[in-house]
Design a protein around this ligand. Structure first.
Ligand code: FAD
Length: 462
């Protein structure tokens, strides 16, 4: 009997448990259901939709060579999917459907509705785990979810060592090659494919090259935006173009080649953050309802400042490192992690603008926008989320700039007005230099702005 595999946020053939396990039961038929209106409601960027379109095109071609039929359906909303899949199963006489589970709330509700309708109709639904590196629950000794990263990570690593398994193989050839129907997506297909090629072979090569050449120096360079010290794999990870077991296998192989312990690997620790934020969504539904993790911070009185918000969005705050970062986002669809922290702190603390506005703007522009990491990053920056820091953190953008872009190399790349300025001046140009170069004056005064933020949060306790 034909086994239907429903691809969603797992756009890959390699290390895909739904595909691999379904093929053991019979011939495969794959389906992808585009929901452009739903994606738009989730603020998914045009660039991310573009990367998805290109990835599906690649999957389409790979499957055709393997003789596996692939159908791409399109509808508006998640709510349309149960009926659509029921009709599809009816037409193709399908009795089994396979998919890999996701953590965000809307996606889980969608799946519950699908299971309800299909099982009622006699189709067996097989829901598998392929989203997290550690798929079993990571809980405290009291069976509670962890709210702080470091102890979560310790337990996570322990479980990982006990449960690790090799990646799932790509599916076998199933028959003669099929003629490829070229994809004509009814949604955006525009993104920087010069920076992020979409074919699976290039993606896996990028992973192994990073592990071979950069993983050792990651701790040294990961915080320097002018260096290519991080993997820039996030756009692929956000759509499931790489599987978690493949990630782990690559880290283990290349660490062992270089005489390093994979268990102590800093890059693996960063990937644990990804798992951490994702599993929080399972335990704390309020995170998916525009609510802060710390309920009391819902009473912060955020400032209404359209001018400030627009200056931030456009990279015209007059703080060179903030502006360079925001322009990197606009021009490439990606932003370095250190800069995400600096720009988010600037918006939520120094402008005292609601973190939800920044969260939404990031989602609308990031190629790697994903709800869990983005929400987690914004709430961490705004001090409304899970956060181990016992003090109130406000980044000083000029100090951050001097520390992480000491020669101004990154600023120069994205703020051409300041190209000719020397190292020191570039972090905070004089009024005269600003006038000469046409670069804006700072939109806030750091010290009083910082104090206003501290007072706004202190008021919550009184
Ligand atoms: P690497 O340093 O190579 O890390 C490897 C992978 O680990 C990343 O691709 C990512 O999947 C994961 N990872 C790394 N750091 C984090 C982290 N702090 N939290 C969760 N996962 C992490 N990441 C996203 O994938 N999507 C987002 O929408 C997103 N929004 C963010 C918003 C804010 C305000 C902040 C502070 C961080 C956000 N991050 C987000 C996390 C992080 O900035 C990016 O994952 C990272 O910059 C991606 O670059 P990379 O692939 O080179 O990372």
């Amino acid at each position: 009997p034909t086994q239907l595999v429903w691809l969603r946020n797992d756009l890959r053939l390699d290390d895909n448990p739904a595909i691999s396990q379904a093929q053991q039961q019979g011939d495969l038929h794959l389906v992808f259901i585009a929901t452009p209106k739903q994606w738009q409601q989730h603020d998914e960027s045009a660039a991310k939709q573009g990367l998805k379109a290109a990835s599906i095109e690649d999957i389409n071609q790979q499957l055709a060579k393997l003789g596996v039929p692939f159908t791409i359906l399109e509808t508006d909303w998640f709510a349309d999917i149960p009926k659509l899949l029921k009709t599809f199963c009816q037409q193709k006489n399908i009795r089994d459907i396979w998919f890999n589970q996701e953590t965000p709330l809307d996606e889980r509700r969608r799946d519950d509705a699908v299971i309800d309708v299909l099982e009622g109709f006699g189709v067996n639904c097989h829901a598998l785990d392929a989203d997290l590196i550690v798929t079993v629950p990571v809980l405290t000794q009291q069976n509670e979810p962890f709210k702080v990263f470091t102890p979560y990570y310790r337990r996570w690593l322990q479980i990982l060592q006990e449960t690790q398994k090799p990646p799932y193989p790509v599916p076998d050839k199933q028959g003669e090659a099929i003629a490829v129907d070229l994809l004509k997506p009814g949604w955006s297909d525009d993104y920087r494919d010069d920076l992020w090629p979409a074919d699976e072979a290039s993606v896996l090569k990028k992973l192994s090259q990073f592990c071979r050449n950069k993983v050792k120096a990651y701790p040294k360079y990961r915080d320097i935006p002018a260096e290519s010290g991080t993997s820039t794999l996030s756009p692929y990870l956000s759509i499931g173009r790489i599987g978690p077991r493949r990630l782990l296998a690559s880290i283990q192989y290349h660490c062992s080649e270089q005489g390093l312990h994979w268990q102590d690997n800093d890059w693996l620790r960063e990937l644990a953050w990804r798992d951490f934020y994702r599993q929080l969504l399972l335990h704390f539904p309020r995170l998916s309802m525009e609510k802060p993790f710390k309920p009391e911070t819902d009473n912060v009185v955020w400032r209404d400042d359209e001018t400030g918000f627009h200056a931030w969005c456009e990279g015209k705050t007059g703080f060179p490192i903030v502006d360079a970062a925001m322009r990197q986002l606009q021009q490439t669809g990606w932003m370095h992690n250190r800069l995400r922290m600096i720009t988010a702190s600037f918006l939520t603390k120094l402008l005292l603008i609601d973190w939800r506005r920044g969260e939404q703007f990031f989602m609308q522009h990031l190629l790697d926008g994903e709800f869990a990491a983005n929400n987690g990053g914004w709430q961490w920056s705004a001090s409304t989320g899970v956060d181990a820091a016992p003090y109130f953190r406000v980044f000083n953008p000029t100090r951050q700039s001097e520390r992480f872009d000491p020669d101004g190399e990154f600023i120069r790349r994205f703020v051409p007005e300041l190209k000719k300025l020397s190292g020191k001046q570039i972090h905070n140009p004089s009024d005269q230099l600003r006038t000469e170069t046409g670069y804006p004056m700072p939109i806030i005064d750091y010290k009083p702005a910082r104090q206003t933020a501290i007072d706004a949060f202190a008021d919550l306790k009184n």
